[in-house]
Write a protein that binds this ligand. Structure first.
Ligand code: ADP
Ligand code: ZN
Length: 216
């Protein structure tokens, strides 16, 4: 089973993907999380990626494809995966198509999460993330603060604002999303497994995704 989650930064892809992972028993692959892990490790790849990520730019396609291919080659992806934040460009989508054919996987759903821009900006500037790379729990200073301010409920590590979640960088990320990633809606729009939903409550969105997948 393969599910692609599309949507602007802050649309709720990560939250919905985390629930789908538990429900379907297939891993969530977030290229953003993989890259942040490499940055934390200080690997060559991480150093290169960080130059783009700091200012909200997209990391080049060849780096991304290397990460995704390596991740999909791990055994836990035999039954498929939920792709969160990938593909983000047409060349990435083309490369993914070839990769899926090679792996014998087919697309079961392409879900686009929609949200108005003011809501995206509010969500992203109020988001806080656990600094522990193997946890990365997501909090919100208004709607889901950690029990103890600044401390992760799950692992006790510091809960911080990401460098790329300041208002200026967020506006840049949204512009890049509109220019580069939005064309993917046309790319996948013709596929029968494509649908758009809004995500106010992630649990409800997951129920709708499951309903649509049964129909399809
Ligand atoms: P969000 O979905 O909230 O924008 P992510 O955690 O998915 O955040 O991505 C953070 C950053 O990592 C992006 O701004 C970009 O620099 C880089 N990145 C993640 N996924 C990709 C991708 N598929 N292609 C290019 N860059 C990516
Ligand atoms: Zn944590």
């Amino acid at each position: 089973m393969l599910i692609i989650m599309l949507g602007a930064p802050g649309a709720g892809k990560g939250t919905v993907s985390a629930i789908l992972t538990r429900e379907f028993g297939i891993p969530q692959i977030s290229t953003g999380d993989i890259l942040r892990g490499e940055v934390k490790k200080g690997s060559d790849l991480g150093k290169k990626a960080d130059e783009y990520m700091k200012t909200g730019k997209l990391v080049p396609d060849d780096i991304i494809m290397g990460c995704v291919e390596a991740r999909l080659a791990i055994d836990d992806c035999k039954g498929g995966a939920i792709l969160d934040g990938f593909p983000r460009t047409i060349p990435q989508a083309d490369a993914l198509k070839a990769l899926l054919t090679k792996m014998g996987l087919k697309l079961d759903a392409v879900v686009n999460l929609e949200a108005p821009e003011e809501l995206l900006i509010r969500r992203l500037t109020s988001r806080r993330t656990c600094a522990n790379p193997s946890c990365q729990a997501i909090y919100n200073i208004y709607t889901r603060p950690p029990k103890n301010e600044g401390v992760c409920d799950i692992c006790g590590s510091p809960v911080l604002q990401r460098d790329d979640e300041t208002e200026e960088v967020i506006k840049n990320r949204l512009k890049i999303y509109r220019d580069t990633t939005l064309p993917l809606l046309d790319y996948y729009g013709r596929e029968p497994v494509f649908f758009s939903l809004s995500c106010i409550d992630a649990g409800e969105t997951v129920d709708e995704i499951k309903k649509k997948m049964k129909k399809g």
